[in-house]
Design a protein around this ligand. Structure first.
Ligand code: 73E
Length: 815
């Protein structure tokens, strides 16, 4: 599928040409002699050069796309957590050596130059980052696949830790402009909200007229997605909301200045801010507006382009277009595509429905009930009157069909309704309106089939499938761990770097026994640990011991992810060291990071606890170099790229059955960290890949958790009463041990009074045991490095290239 079009115009071909072009560009952007230029100017110059090169290829790709020769995939997602792009572009262009050497010769600090790029935080965590990895892999494999989302003015907040607490600061990422987007005002479209729907008979056919609506302009900004060393350049299209007329002149002229201003800011508010909560569903009107905004604008452009190249007809649309919806946030694609086909294109309902289902596929990302979207019916009805009518009709026909086919199952049929209890159930809409529904890891997909959507599975068994998540090795290993990349090249050759070929890393297996190889692997890890230690010293003033084990848990802060279990174990170790300062323990550094949703009070308490414990432990001379705890503020993609390569233990300790997949687990693994985790999400598949000897697993299984939750039988108080370690630790949470004002009653109550929903106490003893086992293995460095090598060797299946190939085979069938 790789694009082989030879029309691509490469501008910069040699190192000498690059050197000249760079100096010239720096002088252009700065208006100064090169010797006077700042890092900012150098960054802007390199960004411009890269964009000039890529846009030349992009134009060729876009003209191919306009011809509609191949089936196109469109990822509809409310989040795209793309991270910094400059280095990724340079690497994908194959410019890395040229750029590194030239900048070095010119005395330019390439790392500092990259740090000038504001890391766009247009996502909360795994769900948004997955889309960015998928875009990278789609382009690397030469598939035509594009993103469609929102260009938030403010990304996810910046996290500061002040007095041990999370403080949120606005993320003004566009402050200095963004060099990698191209605005296309001529491709703006109108999105209609509110108003009335009227029926009118035209030529014997009923037509639906939407009038008195509030129009908002959606303006597209395109970011190129450059494939790894091939000619593919796909697009990420992000929509920005503007008033239809920049200023409502007629209102203004009538003297209503404030009203005119209000209209403008109401329109702009739609793409103002990313909702900062992953998993929590809020039911806010603005969020619903956002969901319809990028769905409506995205579909409009896709349909326009399709019709333009299909003689004005929508026939054959599902053969050329895949609309892939990332969770339920874009589920309005179902009624919106129906509206276009029925109202605008005049198709009969049944034909339109068939086309819609064939076009749309749906990925579910969570089974947490609090994340399942349900909108109040009256809100949808008022904001999207025509779309709502269509949802009603979809629901009516679905229930009719069900009652016809399964007359004896009226209760079950009703439980699957899209409209019930005064709410629109978005997951039901997404399942009913698409031809493919998948979970993001085997275990998660099983839970979808057997629990969450079991009634749907009974009715549509063929619709359900599973595609395990993956991550792009180009960013999270080759780009962020160049030492490891070079070692792998030197050991097994360079073939493993070809897109789609990462499984050939298995050639590494024989070297896992080789002492010389393992020594090199250990040296690389050591260098990466020192790099992270340097970053932490510079940003937080904390000095780490690079001889200690780096044990890392970085991800959003959530009760089900159980950062609490981690920190309770840290307190245990601290207590042990206090009572026996000379205990023979393997020195350990616990590194945690992650943001909590601003309104998630409990998660913020956990952040405070981690920081309070860190303060206490790090300042106690008794523990010396044996124990350190660091909470790294403002975890984002760029910080992640420094942390993963330095990790030795990857903490993946969610309550079994709760983490749909996890993707951090994969990023750690490909950088040689050993997983210490529960049998949850993709951890299960990591265990399968490396074998139980090369992973540290512990804790309740998903079935045990399920049984406790459905049949009862768990009493956290009993666990507490039988474990003196827990009695001491939980006591310290509320008895002033961590300082007069540092009590943690809320956490204490959740564990004992509210019966510990996430089984932290139940899994505590097995967690302590497995931590001890891991520490003991670490004493045998030969064994540890061997396990690390085996993990790297088996990490190929967790490349997002493999995920995309699975989607292609199981869902989109582009070929
Ligand atoms: O397990 C992760 C998964 O690896 C899951 O929790 C996460 O998606 C990742 C990628 O598949 C996720 N995020 C959300 N739901 N699941 C979510 C929900 C609402 C808003 C924002 C994000």
């Amino acid at each position: 599928m790789a694009i082989t079009d030879k029309n691509t115009k490469h501008k910069v071909k040699t190192k000498e040409a690059f050197r000249k072009a760079f100096i010239k560009k720096v002088e252009e952007v700065s208006g100064e002699d090169f010797s006077e230029s700042t890092t900012r100017h150098q960054y802007e110059a390199l960004a411009e050069l890269v964009m000039e090169e890529i846009t030349a290829e992009w134009a060729v790709n876009n003209s191919r796309l306009h011809k509609m020769e191949e089936k196109q995939i469109y990822f509809f997602s409310i989040e795209f957590l793309i991270g910094r792009l400059l280095k990724a572009y340079v690497n994908n262009l194959g410019w890395d050596t040229m750029v590194e050497e030239t900048l070095d010769e010119l005395g330019v600090d390439y790392e500092a130059l990259q740090a000038e790029e504001h890391d766009p935080a247009l996502g909360n965590g795994g769900l948004g980052r997955l889309m960015a990895c998928f875009l990278d892999s789609t382009a690397a494999l030469g598939f035509p696949g594009h993103g469609n989302g929102i260009r938030y003015k403010y990304g996810l907040f910046e996290q500061k830790i002040i007095n041990n607490e999370q403080v949120e600061v606005a993320d003004i990422w566009l402050k200095n402009g963004y060099p990698f987007e191209i605005v296309k005002p001529d491709k703006a479209v109108v999105v209609k909200y509110n108003g009335d729907v009227r029926m009118e008979e035209v030529n014997g056919k009923m037509q639906f007229i939407h009038e008195n609506y509030d129009p908002v302009l959606a303006v597209p900004y395109d970011i190129p997605v450059k494939g790894y060393r091939n000619d593919t350049v796909n697009s990420l299209r992000l929509w920005s909301a503007k008033p239809v007329e920049d200023f409502d002149l007629s209102t203004f002229n009538q003297g209503h200045f404030l009203k005119a201003m209000q209209r403008k800011s109401e329109a702009e508010s739609i793409s103002q801010i990313l909702y900062p909560s992953d998993h929590g569903f809020e039911g806010k009107l603005l969020r619903l507006k956002q969901e319809y905004f990028f769905v409506c604008a995205g579909l409009k452009r896709i349909v326009r382009r399709y019709k333009k190249h299909n003689h004005g007809s929508m026939d054959g649309f599902p053969d050329k277009i895949c609309i892939h919806i990332n969770d339920t946030h874009p589920a309005l694609c179902v009624p919106e595509l129906m509206r276009i086909l029925v109202d605008e294109e005049g198709y009969d309902w049944d034909i339109a429905w068939d086309m819609t289902i064939k076009s749309i596929s749906f990925t579910n990302h969570t089974v947490l009930p609090e994340a399942l979207e349900k909108w109040p019916i009256d809100m949808v009805q008022k904001l999207l009157p025509r779309v709502y009518q269509i949802i009603e009709e979809i629901n009516r026909r679905f229930i009719n069909d069900m009652n016809w086919f399964y007359p004896e199952q009226v209760d079950r049929n009703y439980s699957m309704a899209i409209l019930k209890d005064g709410q629109v159930h978005m997951a039901h809409l997404a399942i009913i309106g698409s031809h493919s529904v998948n979970g993001v890891a085997e275990l998660h997909s099983k839970i979808l089939r057997e629990e969450t959507f079991k009634d749907f599975y009974a009715v549509f068994p063929d619709r359900f499938t599973s595609v395990t998540n993956g991550v792009t090795q180009r960013r999270f290993m080759m780009g962020s761990n160049p030492g490891l990349k070079t070692l792998l090249d030197d050991t097994i050759g360079t073939d493993w770097k070809k897109p789609g070929n990462m499984c050939s890393l298995e050639a590494l297996l024989p070297h896992a026994e080789d002492a010389a190889f393992c020594k090199k692997l250990a040296d690389i890890k050591r260098a990466n640990k020192e790099r992270l230690a340097k970053y932490i010293k510079e940003t937080q003033g904390i000095i780490l011991n690079p001889d200690s084990i780096f044990d890392v848990q970085v991800k959003r802060i959530h009760e089900y992810k159980r950062q609490l279990l981690n920190i309770l174990h840290v307190i245990l170790t601290y207590n042990q060291l206090r009572s026996n300062p000379n205990a023979d323990i393997v020195p350990k550094t616990y590194i945690l990071a992650g943001k909590a949703a601003p309104s998630y009070v409990y998660a913020k308490e956990v952040i405070r606890l981690i920081n309070v414990v860190a303060d206490r432990v790090n300042n106690d001379p008794l523990v010396k170099d044996k124990l350190k705890v660091v909470f790294v503020p403002n975890f984002n993609v760029s910080v992640a790229e420094i942390i993963y390569p330095a990790a030795e233990i990857s903490e993946q300790i969610s309550t079994a059955g709760k983490e749909a997949s996890g993707t951090g687990n994969m990023k750690f693994m490909m950088n040689g960290a050993l997983t210490l985790g529960t049998m949850d999400g993709a951890n299960v598949e990591i265990a399968e890949a490396v074998g139980m000897d090369n992973i540290f697993t512990f804790g309740l299984s998903d079935t045990e958790v399920y049984n406790y939750n459905t049949h009862g039988g768990y009493r956290s108080l009993e666990v507490y009463e039988s474990d003196s370690r827990l009695q001491e630790i939980l006591g310290q949470l509320i008895n002033g041990f961590f300082g007069e004002s540092a009590g943690f009653q809320m956490i204490y109550d959740s564990l004992l009074l509210h019966n510990d929903t996430y089984f932290v106490l139940k899994d505590f003893a097995p967690y302590v045991d497995i931590q001890d086992i891991a520490s003991n293995v670490y004493r045998d460095q030969k064994q540890w490095q061997k396990m690390s090598a085996i993990n790297i060797a088996h990490s190929g299946i967790f490349s997002s290239d493999r995920s995309i190939e699975d989607y292609e085979k199981r869902v989109w069938k582009v070929k």
